[in-house]
Ligand binder design. Structure first.
Ligand SMILES: Nc1ncnc2c1ncn2[C@@H]1O[C@H](COP(=O)(O)OP(=O)(O)O)[C@@H](O)[C@H]1O
Ligand SMILES: [Mg+2]
Length: 344
């Protein structure tokens, strides 16, 4: 079991560009934390700093209260899983999984006993004699995971480990990794650019933007109370609708983007909008059918609004509709800063 704390961490490349710009966060013991954000926002750099693969420009990294900022990677007692599995092509699965133990001189009997346990845990027992080239992508991912878990470190860091898998396998592995993490009680920091992955797996999500923490909270916090338009527009499928509006008599009025003087940004999630007899007039532009529901793109003036409607609403392009949403589904953001604010 272990807690990780990152305090005012900074990483500069080339002496000026801040890939990680003064971030602080703490994980609980045995917590699953997702580091989420768009490509280039500093997720991998943050993870590599925690792992000891990069040197911090300033700030501190603590594991269980001990300052490890200047401790080499080998002394941090953590394991790593990368997107590019990084398996040794000339070693079989068994030797790949036990490689780290062999290097550290763990006796053969113990190695074999731990290999058996890990292989069972990951369902790769029948594959132990194969080379990586004889495995599917999902099987290679399991072996990479096995190599990390066999080390029995209290912390495991994963960098986009599911990115190379197809959609169905990715969904399976999400569940599998989450349940392994819970069963073993280890602390995991999981880097991903995929909000579905972060939302479905993590106890806590740290959403990064341009090297900074934009919001940190439970998946429900980020979904229900996004701190900014950036968070609102990052979480959800499709993400929250964000339209320019003004507030008159406590009610938001949606207007054309061209007239945003002193206005606000109104946010409503597609799944909270319904078609009604009365409401905000809009025109249908197109729709995407998913089986259980349909995402209908509409236009209010010159602003685009997505609606997630159950089943098949059967609305063709050009249809005139009225959109309604409950008052509690409304989010309001400052038009200049993008930050969340109260409606009045
Ligand atoms: N070794 C490096 N040298 C210089 N710049 C780097 C290096 N590694 C990453 N960067 C830059 O730092 C920023 C953050 O990168 P990274 O942490 O890999 O982002 P993410 O994992 O969120 O996609 C990017 O602009 C990237 O180009
Ligand atoms: Mg990365």
């Amino acid at each position: 079991m272990a807690r990780i704390r990152v305090d005012r961490l900074v990483k500069e490349w080339g002496g000026s560009f801040r890939a990680v710009d003064d971030i602080s966060f703490e994980t609980g013991d045995g917590e699953f934390v997702a580091l989420l954000g768009p490509s280039g926002c500093g997720k991998s750099t943050t993870l590599r700093l925690i792992a000891g693969l990069e040197e911090a420009t300033s700030g501190q990294i603590l594991i269980d209260g001990a300052d490890v900022t200047n401790v080499p990677a080998s002394g941090r007692n953590l394991s790593l899983v990368f997107q590019s599995y990084a398996l040794f092509p000339h070693l079989n699965v068994a030797d790949n999984i036990t490689f780290g133990l062999s290097v550290r001189g763990v006796p053969r009997a113990e190695r074999e006993q731990r290999l058996k346990k890990t292989a069972d845990l990951l369902g790769v027992t029948a594959l132990l004699d194969r080379r990586p080239s004889q495995l599917s992508g999902g099987q290679q991912q399991r072996v990479a995971l096995g190599r990390a878990l066999i080390s029995e470190t209290p912390v495991c860091l994963l960098d986009e480990p599911l990115s190379n898998l197809d959609a169905k396998l990715r969904a399976e592995m999400r569940n599998e990794i989450r349940s392994l993490q819970q069963r073993l009680g280890i602390t995991m920091i999981f880097v991903t650019h995929d909000q579905t992955e972060a939302m479905s797996m993590a106890d806590r999500v740290i959403l990064m933007k341009s090297g900074k923490v934009e919001q940190s909270g439970t998946p429900a916090d980020l979904y229900e109370k996004p701190a900014s338009t950036f968070v609102a527009g990052f979480i959800g499928t499709p993400p929250m609708n964000l339209v320019s509006a003004t507030i008159e008599g406590g009610n938001p009025i949606i207007e054309d983007v061209s007239s945003t003087n002193g206005g606000i940004i109104l946010g409503v999630r597609p799944e909270h909008i319904a078609f009604g007899d009365r409401g905000q007039p809009a025109v249908v532009e197109g729709s995407e059918y998913f089986g259980a529901d349909t995402v209908v793109s509409c236009r209010i003036g010159n602003q685009k609004v997505m609606v997630r409607a159950p089943g098949r609403p059967g609305l063709g392009q050009g249809a005139q509709v009225n959109l309604t949403w409950p008052e509690q589904a409304i989010h309001v953001f400052n038009a200049e800063t993008g930050l969340r604010r109260d409606i009045n």
